[in-house]
Design a protein around this ligand. Structure first.
Ligand SMILES: Nc1ncnc2c1ncn2[C@@H]1O[C@H](COP(=O)(O)OP(=O)(O)OP(=O)(O)O)[C@@H](O)[C@H]1O
Length: 354
């Protein structure tokens, strides 16, 4: 059964539509990320689910129970939903234990064991229980906020960009702790994020929102490998987009003749590759030659920015060793298949490679 079912939800503020016909199902025990650029309606959808606002049309069901719909709006505090806001929202005058116990049913509030259990669940040392929130790091505060949200064993936990205020190293560690805690508790969760890496690495399913519409709902691998369109493709990861002529199942492109990983009718198309599919070698080692325009070094790997003699630019991902330098010429070969998107109508071929 779906823990959360959103059906054809629409919401406008004044005359501005913010959500249009959104359908979403979140399976029980799953973590679904709502991913989209700023202003696409993620927070609005989360607020409607939480009961902080009502949809104009459509319905929301939690565990099969209608909580929002025509003539029905169950109050937020009766929806049995846990909420983890952007910056934790801990009560500053309460200790860690006080904050966590606040989420517990009244009869369990004096049960120190349960507080310790919840702190353990989110990977925090129970010795922190008597600290004040301001004596914790940002990541620890977010874990306490999650422990508080999980305490009453809610039907659903909503997390609104909970890692956005954390620095990179803390963010990684906190994400992992949150995924583990959610999984161990069996909770169903919806995470709002505009960070594609966060969505792909944490979620069981990712719902991509664009301008108030849900454009794709898929597991992370499917989303990355088979995005519904090029906008989704470039939003969920770095992309190499080539103009191509498709004939008999092959794409004739500036990077050579590429196999396709799904059927595509003959004619003009754009094809998608991911930068990690490109291999760089000495000039003449196979594939076209490109000039290195720059290298962004990340340690574990690097982004090599390239340009073909005919003008188009694109990037490859290369291992951190033996990297070329700006001004070098390299050969570019493609590993694996390209994903085709037929170009409909008489669309002029723009840049070629992005
Ligand atoms: N209470 C409101 N009144 C009027 N317009 C609003 C209101 N809340 C949100 N909006 C508008 O609705 C649109 C969607 O906002 P929302 O906060 O849901 O987007 P978002 O995807 O969560 O963005 P972000 O990632 O920046 O938080 C925006 O254009 C925003 O200005």
């Amino acid at each position: 059964m779906s823990a959360l079912t959103v059906t054809c939800v629409t919401k406008s503020y004044g005359s501005t539509p913010v959500l249009t016909g959104v359908d979403l199902r979140v399976p029980e025990g799953g973590l679904t990320a709502l991913l989209g650029p700023s202003g696409c309606g993620k927070t609005t959808l989360l607020r409607l689910i939480a009961g902080f606002d009502d949809p104009d049309t459509g319905t929301i069901e939690l565990d099969g129970r209608l909580v929002a719909g025509p003539d029905r709006s169950v109050a937020a505090h009766r929806r049995h939903i846990g909420f983890v806001p952007q910056e934790g929202g801990l009560f500053p005058h309460l200790s860690v234990a006080g904050n966590v116990a606040f989420g517990l049913p009244r009869r369990q509030r004096r049960d120190g064991g349960r507080v310790g259990e919840l702190l353990g669940l989110v990977g925090l040392d129970p010795a922190l229980a008597q600290r004040s929130p301001h004596q914790l790091s940002g990541g620890q505060q977010q874990r306490v906020a999650l422990a508080r949200a999980l305490a009453p064993e809610p039907s659903l936990v909503l997390l609104d960009e909970p890692f956005s205020s954390l620095d990179a190293s803390l963010r990684e560690e906190t994400r992992q702790a949150v995924v583990e805690a959610l999984s161990a508790s069996g909770a169903t969760a919806v995470l709002v994020t505009h960070d594609q890496a966060e969505a792909l690495s944490m979620a069981d399913e990712v719902a991509v929102l664009r301008a108030g519409r849900l454009v794709q709902l898929a597991d992370p691998r499917t989303l990355y490998r088979s995005p519904r369109d090029l906008d989704v493709a470039t939003f969920v990861g770095e992309s190499v987009v080539l103009d191509a002529d498709v004939r008999d199942g092959l794409a004739y492109s500036a990077l050579g003749v590429l196999p396709l990983d799904r059927d595509c009718r003959d004619g003009l198309a754009r094809v998608l590759l991911r930068p990690e599919q490109l291999r760089l070698g000495a000039p003449g080692a196979g594939g076209p030659t490109a000039r290195v325009r720059g290298v962004d070094f990340f340690g574990h790997d690097a982004r090599v920015r390239l340009q073909l003699p005919s003008g188009p630019t694109f990037s490859a991902r290369s291992e951190g060793r033996d990297l070329p330098s700006a001004g070098d010429d390299v050969s570019v070969t493609v590993v694996g298949a390209a994903l085709p998107f037929p170009v409909t109508g008489a669309v002029p071929i723009p840049d070629g490679v992005r």
